[in-house]
Design a protein around this ligand. Structure first.
Ligand code: PEP
Ligand code: MG
Length: 851
């Protein structure tokens, strides 16, 4: 995000000069401006840092990147920051607040100069050895030459600098939007105004409300400017004229509200409809009243205040984190639902960059009143103002304020934002991994998700917690009123609304049968899983917490085949240190009582965000910086994690596993970091090093990866999504995303053949617990299956029914079939021959049935 550019010679010369930072919404623009400035320097040394764009192509500014750029450019001579439009200024101000070392702050000047002209004259001045004050003054006057050249300004336009503070440009517009200046048009107005170098005030001439600063969304809303009201715009400053003209033109265009939204209040974004119908995602039968997730109130009294400066920094960091989250959702919404729906988030983003609101929060922080209390206080005040507005439509917008405010409170407290409204079946659009991990088992009997898929991380966590789940049920389930009775079967995907008593009875007797079968399986769970013809298959467990490890041991797991370490610290806003990580890994090893544990390094990205590892929004996060890619870009974090793993490996059988590997170079680099992390005592003797196979390229060139590993574990969840180009969390393509597709099976076959006799092959994706997949995987040569703890006994029981030679021929046939459905039919038919039961194992339910 931040790029260092030097029009320079030796760094020491540059350090004696004032450093420059270019903050722009566009990285391309910033880099071009730096190149242009470099032309003027004729080789003289100068440090110019760029903090621009959210990535190479996404517009935006980020306070953390600016802060890091300032830290890099800092020297005794100081730093001058040049910015482009509105929120760039705000981000730069936030960056100053974020600086840990306050002495740096004293050496920084934020310049109001225009970016390109300002940068060029500032660069020339700084390279010539000018002081920070001189460089800033040069930049400020950068447009004077151009203004003089273009002759006398028109009356009222671009007044001479000394007159700027006094000259006011005034205009009046009638509000043409049917719902008045509500959140969306107001957000548009605010962002236009913030982009200009002018101070703009608004007054409602019809009601006399105001004046209020036009750059503050929360204040503009209090004008209650309804349809037909006249609003006065009064601007001062260098771009006063443009500001007034802009606002009047914008008002004429009804603030660019799309026609359907001009005539109707904005609707919340609708989830993409599911094509495939409800899908089974976690076995079990549940019946109960429909429940929802609702915001959990935060009690500021439970969050003690730290030192005020520290508390303010916490506010800024949390606001920045939520902004990034919303920007990310905005990118996705725009991609999936178009720009109009995405613009809903503009009002949310405006609130988070609202200097009035942030100023109020800052003013409230004092000894005894910390970040949580101050934020909650300011939010309550803004909400109160909005809720008191006479217009009912505007009043409803207070909900937007609350939603964004609560997201920040969640970031500040680490508390899940939403909790279930009561005991019963949770019906929701989708769940984040953190929400799934936080579901209260005393309340939730089952979960129905409108979106999602069986291999989404929400489904995986629900399976680990033995919660019956049906996913991809479609948006219509969100319309079911709370309290209506719903029945779900998480093994088949069946849903019944208001089930008749006989139907409930039938399902309950099925559940009782399943429970009896389970008792029989659990009784044998501690014994090894050996096929009828004598092949031992290890059945390990996938873990996300120490309590999962205890459950896994109790369930008879032969080890932990996958510890998703990213789940251990899901709700943390700061990275855990080495000691905290060691404690967790040691506790897992201890809970597994000497069985081998496989600790996977952080696999963040895709649908697994991590608050302490912020990432710029990506258009295709599953194809972006995930897993090992992200870890190698954050080597300190990776080294710390590897050091903690080495510690555990010195006293317990431990393996380290690398996620999302696609090239041997990644393995080589990760091994270098591991060697650094192990330190002078060297790699622990019993440490095994392995790679996940989740990317088709890694499967296809497995021979190139094998020299660097002791084992491989196939992640069928990701391997399937990448092979079939079907995103694992997307309910609309969930039916496509089946690991039994022969395309996926051929990749697994290739891996098993290449690894045979060299290293062990495990499968730790969800296919490992799919009863129709198990014979095929074993037939292809997989000798370890790692599954959620509740599935261990069932999977061991399934293996005991198998004949490996027969499985090999079944797998051979499966590879030649056209699709996953054909493979499922083949396995079902074979099972029917041996067990006389062809009914179990259906994957897709029949829709939401009533009665
Ligand atoms: C997989 O991709 O199959 C896997 C086990 O990793 P995760 O589900 O955590 O992405
Ligand atoms: Mg994966």
């Amino acid at each position: 995000m931040t790029e260092s550019t030097s029009a320079n010679a030796p760094a020491t010369d540059a350090e004696r000069r004032v450093g420059l930072i270019v903050v722009s919404h566009s990285r391309a623009l910033a880099l071009a401006a730096v190149t242009l400035a470099g032309e003027m320097l004729h080789g003289r040394p100068l440090t110019i840092e760029v903090a621009a764009g959210l990535d190479d192509t996404t517009f935006g500014t980020d306070a953390v990147s600016i802060m890091q750029a300032i830290e890099r450019a800092d020297s005794p001579a100081g730093v001058v920051v040049l910015m482009d439009l509105g929120s760039a200024v705000l981000s730069a101000e936030l960056a100053l607040d974020l600086l840990q070392d306050s002495s740096i702050r004293d050496r920084v000047t934020l310049s109001p100069a225009p970016l390109v002209e300002g940068l060029i004259v500032a660069a020339v001045a700084a390279a010539g050895g000018a002081s920070r004050e001189e460089v800033a003054a040069e930049a400020r006057n950068a447009v004077m030459g151009k203004a003089a050249h273009l002759s006398t300004p028109e009356p009222g336009v671009a007044p001479e600098p000394e007159d700027q503070a006094q000259a006011a440009i005034v205009g009046v517009f009638p509000v043409a939007n049917p719902h008045g200046l509500h959140a969306r048009p107001a957000a548009r107005l605010v962002s236009e105004v913030r982009a200009l170098d002018a101070s703009v005030q608004l007054r409602n001439l019809t009601t006399g409300a105001g004046p209020v600063p036009a750059a503050s969304l929360s204040r503009v809303a209090t004008l209650t400017a309804l349809h037909g009201h006249e609003v006065e715009v009064r601007a001062t400053g260098p771009q006063a004229q443009e500001a007034v003209e802009h606002v009047l033109a914008l008002a004429k265009r009804r603030f660019d509200e799309p026609p359907e939204q001009v005539s109707a209040p904005p609707a919340p974004p609708r989830p993409t409809p599911s094509r495939s119908g409800p899908l089974a995602a976690s076995p079990g039968i549940a019946v109960g009243p429909v429940r929802r997730l609702a915001a959990e109130p935060v009690d500021p009294a439970l969050h003690p205040a730290g030192e005020p400066a520290q508390e303010w920094r916490r506010v800024l960091a949390s606001v920045a984190a939520v902004r990034r989250e919303i920007e990310h959702v905005r990118v996705l919404t725009e991609r999936e639902l178009g720009p109009d729906q995405a613009s809903i988030f503009d009002a949310h983003l405006s609130l988070l960059t609202d200097t009035e609101l942030l100023g109020d929060v800052k003013a409230r922080i004092r000894p005894g009143t910390g970040a949580v209390a101050a934020w909650a206080g300011s939010l309550a005040e803004v909400e109160r103002q909005w809720a008191e507005l006479p217009d009912p439509y505007l009043r409803e917008r207070a909900a937007d304020v609350r939603a964004v405010g609560e997201q920040v409170l969640q970031a500040l407290t680490g508390q899940p934002a939403r909790r279930m409204t009561g005991e019963g079946v949770l019906v929701a659009s989708d769940l984040t991994p953190a929400e799934t991990a936080g579901l209260d088992l005393a309340l939730v009997t089952g979960v129905v998700l409108a979106q999602g898929s069986p291999t989404s991380h929400a489904a995986i966590l629900a399976r680990a917690r033995d919660i019956p789940v049906v996913v991809a049920a479609g948006p219509e389930v969100l319309g079911i009123p709370e309290g209506r009775t719903i029945l779900l079967d998480g093994a088949t995907g069946a849903l019944h609304l208001d089930p008749a008593p006989e139907l409930i009875e039938e399902y309950q007797s099925r559940a009782a049968e399943a429970a009896e079968q389970r008792v029989r399986q659990v009784a044998l769970a501690d014994h090894p899983a050996v096929s009828r013809d004598g092949t031992r298959i290890l059945v390990a467990a996938n873990l996300g917490s120490v309590s999962d490890a205890r459950a896994a041991l109790a369930a008879g797991a032969d080890g932990a085949g996958l510890v998703r370490t990213e789940f251990l610290f899901l709700d943390r806003t700061a990275a855990p240190d080495i000691n905290e990580q060691q404690d967790q890994y040691d506790s897992i090893a201890e809970a597994m009582e000497g069985r081998r544990i496989t600790l996977r390094t952080l696999d963040v990205g895709g649908d697994k965000p991590l608050p302490y590892l912020p990432m710029p929004p990506e258009a295709n996060p599953f194809l972006g910086q995930r897993g090992i890619r992200l870890s190698l870009r954050n080597r300190d974090l990776l080294r710390d994690q590897m050091a903690a793993i080495c510690h555990t490996a010195r006293h317990s059988p431990t393996s380290i596993m690398l996620p999302m590997v696609s090239t041997p170079d990644e393995l080589i680099e990760a091994r270098q970091v591991l060697v650094e992390a192990a330190g002078s005592s060297g790699l622990p003797a019993g440490l095994h090093i392995g790679t996940m196979i989740e990317v088709p390229s890694a499967a296809l060139k497995i021979e190139a990866l094998l020299p660097y590993v002791d084992f491989v574990s196939i992640g069928t969840n990701d391997l399937t999504q990448y092979t079939l180009a079907a995103e694992r969390g997307n309910g609309a393509v969930a039916a496509l995303s089946d690991a039994l597709d022969p395309g996926v099976l051929r990749l697994i076959d290739h891996v098993c053949r290449a690894a045979s006799g060299r290293v062990d092959v495990a499968v730790c994706g969800e296919a490992a617990s799919d009863e129709l997949a198990i014979p095929i995987l074993v037939g292809l040569g997989v000798r370890e299956l790692s599954v959620s703890p509740p599935a261990v006994a069932r999977v061991k029981a399934a293996i005991r029914q198998l004949d490996v030679e027969h499985c090999a021929s079944l797998a051979g046939q499966a590879l030649t079939l056209p699709g996953a459905t054909d493979v499922r039919k083949l396995v079902l038919a074979t099972m029917a021959e041996t067990q006389g039961d062809a009914e179990s194992g259906t994957r897709t339910g029949s829709g939401v049935a009533t009665g």
